[in-house]
Design a protein around this ligand. Structure first.
Ligand SMILES: *Cc1c(COP(=O)(O)O)cnc(C)c1O
Length: 389
């Protein structure tokens, strides 16, 4: 069979749209000689804070760094437990572990694929200190329920918003519910800086501590060291990390952020087209978007159940690839991985919804870069990959 797309024309999954304005800005940044943390980072932080409607945001070199620092600033102690979802990227739990706490999983709702508040309640112990919801694929978690559990048990909330830059819940923006909100600008995310992250925090003192910990633990005036206000000595007040964003990254982010809504619009059209076209195929589709949320449309996921399709998920992945379409798996549930099995005794069967989803799920390309032809090719490849061969 001839593939939908020839090898030379392979559609790379999650390929970002990079435009002239950011290319010129990176060049201008290089010519300026100021490539480290400087004015462009400050500019990007201010723009991102304005986009989120909050006074301050701290740019870091990844969302993983943002999560790690958030868990540290939440003052977790050894033995403290943080409840999160099994259907997330490993960075969410690794950050909890690096902060010295113990991750505890609560299974997801089978339809929304987000952490199920009833499961959170079930996992609460006297050691629970925080909840880390992940707005999976860009769909807002049930924040009313989560915030009310947090209030009742006096828990911190750290939102993993890696998929959720544009997400809203009842008109309020993701990342502004919890004590901390963490964002990613990794190359496949909705807006990109190559590598990069941003963190929001409710309290000024937390913002200050995030800045200190993100730059070696140097006293907060150290950030001003990058300015031209004269020589400043710094003091090391904590054992911090090298997590600062640099201006070359922010140069990309400043212009990407200006198009965040245009890109969202484009992905929302592709999403709708996929929903309409795939309706009659024997595959699982994302749940309809709830009326009270704004979905970020970061991932378009389908479920391949061999009983219905006659093809296994992994065969389907191979067939899509052979048809010239890059696909992703977000995610095998975390208990499928040996490290967590060995360290925490996690078993996939204990989180049956995440296990089943993780074994059936496939992410299709939905980046703003897709042309109409690309979108048609994805659709043709899905049909071809499901057909009897
Ligand atoms: C991408 C991602 C991260 C990590 O983001 P980085 O910026 O690559 O560190 C964390 N959590 C989730 C859910 C992600 O998708």
């Amino acid at each position: 069979m001839t593939p939908v797309r020839a090898k030379e024309n392979f559609l790379i999954f999650g390929s970002p749209l990079i435009e002239e304005a950011e290319i010129e800005e990176v060049v201008a940044c290089l010519r300026s000689g100021w490539i480290g943390t400087g004015p462009r980072v400050a500019h990007f932080e201010a723009d991102f804070a304005a986009y989120k409607g909050v006074p301050q945001a701290v740019a870091l070199n990844s969302c993983t760094a943002a999560l790690h620092l958030s868990f540290l600033v939440a003052n977790l102690q050894p033995g403290d437990e943080v409840i999160t979802t099994p259907l997330t990227f490993c960075a969410t739990v690794n950050a909890i572990i690096h902060a010295g706490a113990t991750p505890v999983l609560a299974d997801v709702d089978p339809l929304t694929m987000n952490i199920d508040p009833n499961e959170i309640e079930r996992r609460i112990t006297p050691h629970t200190r925080a909840i880390a919801p992940v707005h999976f694929a860009g769909r807002a978690c049930d924040m009313d329920a989560i915030m009310s559990i947090a209030q009742k048990h006096n828990l911190k909330v750290i939102e993993d918003c890696a998929h959720a830059i544009e997400t809203e819940y009842k008109g309020r923006k993701a990342g502004t519910f919890g004590d901390f909100g963490c964002f990613s600008f990794y190359s496949t995310k909705n807006i990109v800086t190559g590598e990069g992250g941003m963190v929001l925090a409710k309290r000024d003192e937390d913002i200050a501590r995030l800045k200190v910990l993100g730059l070696h633990g140097m006293s907060k005036d150290a950030w001003k060291r990058f300015g031209d206000e004269g020589f400043k000595h710094y003091q090391v007040v904590e054992c911090g990390f090298k997590y600062n964003m640099m201006d070359m990254q922010a140069a990309l982010g400043i212009h990407q952020l200006k198009r965040v809504d245009a890109y969202w619009q484009r992905r929302s059209q592709i999403w709708q087209r996929y929903m309409d076209t795939f309706r009659n195929l024997p595959i699982g589709l994302p749940a309809l978007v709830e009326e009270n949320i704004r979905h970020a449309y970061h991932l378009f996921t389908i479920l391949i159940d061999k009983e219905k399709t006659g093809v296994t998920r992994d065969e389907f992945l191979d067939r899509m690839t052979a048809n010239g379409i890059g696909v992703g798996v977000h995610y095998l549930s975390l208990p499928e991985h040996p490290y967590y099995q060995q360290t925490f005794g996690w078993k996939p069967e204990d989180y049956p919804n995440a296990m089943r989803i993780g074994r059936q799920i496939v992410s299709l390309p939905i980046s703003a870069k897709l042309t109409d032809q690309d979108r048609q090719d994805v659709i043709a490849a899905v049909k071809a990959s499901l057909a009897k061969q």
